[in-house]
Structures are given as C-alpha cells and as structure tokens.
Ligand binder design. Sequence first.
Ligand code: SF4
Ligand code: SF4
Length: 511
Amino acid sequence: MSQASADFRLHDFHGGLALDGHKAVSLEVPLASAGLPERVYVPIGQHQGEAGDLLLGPGDQVLAGQALTSSADDFEVPAHAPCSGTVVGLCERPASHPPGSRRRCIEILNDGRDEWVAPTPLKHWAECPSGKIVDHLHAMGLVGLGGAMFPTAAKLRGPWGAIHTLILNGAECEPWISCDEMLMRTRPEAVIRGGQVLAAAVAAERVIIAVEDDMDGIADALKKALAQQHGSLEMVIVEVPSVYPQGGERQLIETLTGLQVPGDGLPQDIGLLCHNVATAAAASDAVVHGRPLTERIVTVTGPGIQRPCNLRAAVGTPVAHLVAAAGGYRDGVQRLVLGGPMSGTALSSDEVVLTKGSHCVLALTDQELAPRPEPMPCINCGDCVAVCPASLMPQLLFRALAADRHEQARDLSLLECIECGCCAQVCPSQIPLVDYYRHGKARLGLKDLDQRRAALAKRRYEAREQRLAQQQADREARRRARAERLQKAGGARDEIQAAIERAKAKKRSGD
Ligand code: SF4
Ligand code: SF4
C-alpha cells in the first residue's frame, strides 16, 4: 500500500475563484451529536429514482436501522429508520428544491429507546465477488453523500468498461462547509477502509484521495490511518489547491490527471470513478459494521447561528432541530440556505428535513445580504467566461434562456453547467445567471422527461401488441397440434377397428 504524494503532478483547470473559506468557525468546535428529535420524517424518494416498496405501515413498531422500503432496482435506494419507535404513516414535508415542492416521507414517532436491528456486515468482503459488495451497499441504502445523492450501486455497477482508478473527493471547496473535513479528521480510518471497499466493488487498481492544501493536518491523518491498514491496493493521498470549485468532479479529475471528461460523457468512460469521502466512510460502515445509512455529518453554520459546528444527525431530522442543537438563531437571520452560499438553495422554512445529501445548513443575516441592485443589461465584458470552470459561454446561455430559446441553450451545453455560481459572482451587471440556468435545465428536464415517458408508453404499447400477437399465435399452434393429435388418434382407432374386423372374419372362416 503506497502513500506517496510528493511526486504527484497536478494540473490546472480553467476558471474558478479564490474565495474566503469561513470554515474555521465550525471546525474549532468538536464534532457533536444533534440528538434525535421526537419525530423523524425519513424521505423515501430522496435519491434519483422511485421510492421502492413500502415495508411498514401506520402503527407498526420499528427498530433503528430497519429497512422502511426495499427494491431490487439499483435506482430505487432503500430507506432505513434512524430511530426505534412507531410508524405514524406517510406524509409530505417541504423540500428544498424546487421551491415550493414537497417530499414524500415516512413519519416515525421516536420511542427514545434507540433499539437497533442486529447489524449485518458483509463477512469476508475482500474475497467477495464485486457484485455481492454492490448488492450489499444497495441494501444498506447508500447514495452519494457529496450532495447529488446518486445511487451508489448504480454508479458502481453501471454499463461502463473497466475502472482503473477510484478518486475519493475530499476537496470540500465551497465556503462555510466543513463536514467532510470534520469526517476526515475524526474518522480517517473509515475513509481509507471505505476506499478499499469501493475499489473492490469495481476492481479498481488504485485509489487517489484528494484533499485541499489548506485542510490543516488532514493529509497526515489519512496517511497515518493508511499506514495502519493492510492490503496490496495502491492508495495515494494528494493535496490539491484550494480554489473554488476544486471539488467539482470534472475539475478534480482534470487537476489530478490532466484529463478532461468529455462534455457528453462520464468519468467512467475514461476509466475513472469519483466518490465523496463521506460515501466511502458510509461504505465502510455498511460493509464492515453492517450499519445502514441513517445519519451523516452536517455543518450548521453562518453568522445567523449561535454556535456554528458540525453535527452527527439522523436523516429525516427537521432543520429546526439542527439549528436548536447549534444553539439556535442569532438576531437578524434573513435567509436559511441548504448547502453553501454558491450552490445551495434558499429554504422557505426550517421544517425541511435532512436528506442523505444535505451537507450544510447556512444561516445568513442582513449584513451578508445587502440588498442586491437591480440587474442591469449584459455589457458583454466576458468576466463570466474567464471564471467558468466548465469552459462555457455564460453570457450566451443567459441570452438564449432570457429569450426562452431552450434548445439553443442546450446546444450551448447548458447541461454541462455545474451551477457553481462563479459567473454570477463576478458579473458586474448583477445578473442572477445561475437562476436562469437552473430554470432552463428544469424546463429541458421536463421536456426530456415527457419525451422519455412518451417513448416508454410507445414501447409498452408495442410490447403489449407483440405479447397479444404471440399469445394468439400460441393458441393457434396449440389448437392445430390438438387437431393433429385427434386426427392421428382417429386414424389409429380406424386401424384398430379394421384389425378387430379382420380377426372376427378369420375366426368365422375357421369355424
Ligand atoms: S459577466 Fe455579466 S455583464 Fe459580463 S458578459 Fe457575463 S453576463 Fe454579461
Ligand atoms: S454556474 Fe455554470 S455557467 Fe456559471 S460559471 Fe459555473 S459552470 Fe459556468
């Protein structure tokens, strides 16, 4: 097992911004537990996929760690109870995105006993076939904890070819967010073990763990944990420059390898797979300790929070409970954001619940939210182009979307926008560019969804027609076969009758 990183050659990606981190404020406090609220609301459709089958109903008793939903489909990730108690039933809670939407949840009344199901580790996982490891991670409810919540099993199994390198993304580049740094500081061995698990799941030859160069002592903590583990897998810990958005998957890959992932492709197309460090730790918990994914570390911070900190919190905990665990609000809170200031979404209420992908609750006061001047017309200065890490033309995208020309925006690679917010940050005309991109993507997404639904309906119709035709043909074939059998049986009867007649005639002639 290797841990050299000094000779690792790094590369630059286009654009990006150097931003104030504001991370120390939440890192100087030890990691604490948010405690369990009286009621949890476990989202069941929180990942990219449907909910799966409900396993429990109103009035059922449930243990912590017990599966609430199940599915054999990699895109339908099971949800698990974070506490023991009584299932109240299905309910809808406000969701962070899109604005005004609601999320289907299972409400559980916490009985305060914290009784757990027996853990189900995957024994001898290092000798298991990769498919078995992936099945286990799926059953334990793993999704990407970096924010996107993409189902881990689907990402590991995928239809792609060989993966030679697994990248663990610990480059937590957005200001204020420090949960990954806290995780690597407190549980470096889980990150290393999780890297081994995920690498085994795709038979990767090496693992690169990327952390930012301003994360004090984190690379050393990981190296120390690595030195204490055994195995032949090549693992290297690399410090990357602290620049936003270094933690973007494509930007990190370019920094580490010099390779650019094709705009319409995935890292897997070039033999690379990226997972967040928190996903790796959750993979270790699932496989080694048999613990399903029911909690995560979340940063609760910002000038509007009394005691900014990182908390271990159960999935399904209302944001209000997290804020209370961090000492409550300060005066003058104007905006709550789920995520960071650059790419997070403003919350309409603190009734929103923590999902597996929620990494930060940020409370901003009127001081940071000086009234934004009215947007001015684009002056074509090109500042947005210079900072765009996806090498897009943000001003052209804006013009296309402002004119409702969504297909033109698609041709300008709108879907490659990672919504990092760099363009809006530097725009002298104060145009809320990312709002246009989000809205445009949602419109295109709806359109694509309609097209996919229509194609699916057409495929179902054609399959039904084919099935009915086949059933008709089968019935016809069976009818013909029966008729032939009867005909043959009729011929045999004739032959028997003839033989009987011959025998009778012979007998008579003998008499
Ligand atoms: S930064 Fe703003 S004003 Fe300048 S080109 Fe981009 S959109 Fe236009
Ligand atoms: S938000 Fe999109 S368009 Fe703007 S800088 Fe980031 S990637 Fe480029």
